[in-house]
Write a protein that binds this ligand. Sequence first.
Ligand code: DX5
Ligand code: ZN
Length: 213
Amino acid sequence: MLVAPSILSADFGNLANDVKKICDNGCDLVHVDVMDGHFVPNLTIGPVVVSAIAKVATKPLDIHLMVENNTFFVDLFAPLKPGYITFHLEEEKNPHRLVQYIKSLDIKAGVVLNPHTPASSVEYLLSNLDMVLIMSVNPGFGGQKFIPEVVEKVKRLKVLRDKINPNCLIEIDGGVSDQNIELLKDAGVDVVVAGSYVYKHKDIKTAIETLKA
Ligand code: DX5
Ligand code: ZN
């Protein structure tokens, strides 16, 4: 299991330190939640702050766009050379084109599915994707309750993924903790995002190790 702590739950007054903490304690990716106040009712960070994060991060950035104008934001973040950029399928008229565009910038590309969006919606994109991110909460905020129905969606996606593109990673985001990690692993998740579980834990190293084990 790969672990991508979400810096949304970090202390933004000590952001560099909190990014270092996860990188020094076994994280695989640094999950960065970009919200524009339109696609979701919350606003987070733009390229100035993300470039400060990129300077201290020793693991690849995993940029999760929760925005209306995806291409505009891809162009803002591409110069920071993130490992992954994922965008919401619900907000993109031409997802196939955008996936090709992200990959042409030498960045791995993924799509994100909100809780109501079926696994089958990515069937004809899968051969091009490096990642599918399944939301297990409604996007916009950290610290929400896990939506259990998405476990079935992970299983359905895994069947498609194994058939069409075994190299594509299945990531899950929202309400992940030691309480559901076993279930998620059994369902076929490859990468877990965890914000509050990691940053509110008394020991970050133990939190990351628990999710990996
Ligand atoms: C929610 C974000 C998540 C969030 C997860 O819109 O995409 O990445 O930070 O936070 P937790 O793990 O606290 O649910
Ligand atoms: Zn996220």
